[in-house]
Design a protein around this ligand. Structure first.
Ligand code: AHR
Length: 326
């Protein structure tokens, strides 16, 4: 009995010591009273799932209370979530708008209630910039340009004079769809070697990427196009599911360009099944939460925060340590 009591005491002391050691890393207690209302747009891709995890993890690390609502790809559900955050009088609203338009009314309500809004990952289109405090997310236009620049390098390397491109686009009217397309087109438009023969909507979903590829193959045949530019990895993976089950050697030479950089795709790149991955990081949680902290402390914040991103491709060193997916 005595030995048991001693062991118990020892364990208790060790635990005390351990909690003492981690104490310094605990977030300040006052952060616990900060409520962040977070409206996520859905769960359409591995990117989105990693992004949600990043937000949850960072909120925990900062000690904020996170009220999260997932809109399952429906703008009306996002609007409802924002209204519920306003009614609850959260301290800060963070949201990732599924499309760019249609937010003015609800954001005006948030503004009137004095609740700062951070746009995370996607932008809105509005005449009134005061409807949001800051935007944290990728520079999608630069991503589109990187995809175009890779294609130019690839065409130079191959010495080819005509490449027919099919584009599998993300959700219509979303920022990444619009800006990746614009950036890509701005780079290739003036080069007569390139011709976009089809732009189809894959809604950022693997299942739709698959559907799009089936239709494209039906319409053009395996030798009817030379390049696939998919606006995200999920759609590229769906397209590959179809392409790699097509019994036509013509598919081998199709150049495949995608955006995001999830693990499965980076592995496919290293295995030679994909040619180029333009990076788009989902790990935005730490940026967002430190912004919430600054806003709460009354600090002046920048309007736009873009993470650093690059490109992985078959024209670069794929053994470099930074070539890895999320
Ligand atoms: O807004 C970012 C995009 O949304 C990612 O590229 C895509 O995978 C996600 O669905």
């Amino acid at each position: 009995m005595r030995t048991k009591a001693k062991t118990g005491l020892m364990l208790f002391l060790i635990l005390l010591l351990l909690t003492g050691c981690t104490k310094t890393q605990d977030p300040p207690a006052e952060n616990a009273s900060v409520v962040v209302g977070f409206s996520q747009l859905g769960s359409e891709s591995s990117w989105r799932i990693a992004n949600t995890a990043s937000m949850e993890q960072s909120a925990k690390e900062f000690g904020f209370s996170l009220m999260m609502e997932n809109a399952n790809q429906k703008q009306e559900k996002q609007i409802d979530a924002l209204r519920s955050f306003i009614a609850y009088r959260v301290d800060v609203i963070v949201f990732s708008p599924i499309v760019q338009t249609g937010w003015d009314n609800v954001l005006t309500e948030a503004k009137k209630a004095g609740i700062p809004v951070i746009l995370m990952d996607r932008m809105i289109k509005s005449q009134d910039e005061s409807l949001y405090t800051a935007y944290v997310g990728a520079d999608f236009y630069a991503e589109g340009r990187r995809a175009g620049e890779y294609l130019i390098r690839k065409a130079d390397t191959l010495g080819t004079d005509h490449l027919r491109i099919v584009e599998i686009c993300g959700t219509t009217d979303s920022t990444p769809m619009r800006d990746r397309q614009r950036g890509f087109m701005d780079v290739i438009r003036k080069d007569p070697r390139f011709e976009v023969i089809a732009s189809v909507n894959g809604d950022f979903l693997r299942s739709k990427g698959e559907e799009c590829m089936r239709e494209l193959l039906q319409q053009y045949g395996a030798d009817g196009f030379d390049v696939i530019f998919a606006h995200n990895d999920a759609m590229m993976l769906g397209a590959l599911d179809v392409l790699e089950h097509t019994d036509d050697p013509a598919i081998q030479s199709i150049i495949r360009i995608t955006v995001d950089g999830e693990k499965e795709v980076v592995e496919a790149l290293k295995a030679g099944r994909i040619n180029c991955v333009v990076q788009c990081t989902p790990h935005l949680g730490p940026f967002v939460m430190s912004l919430v902290k600054d806003i709460k402390e009354g600090k002046k914040v920048r309007k736009t925060y873009h993470p650093d991103e690059g490109v992985f491709s078959d024209l670069d060193d794929l053994t470099a340590p930074e070539v890895e997916g999320f």
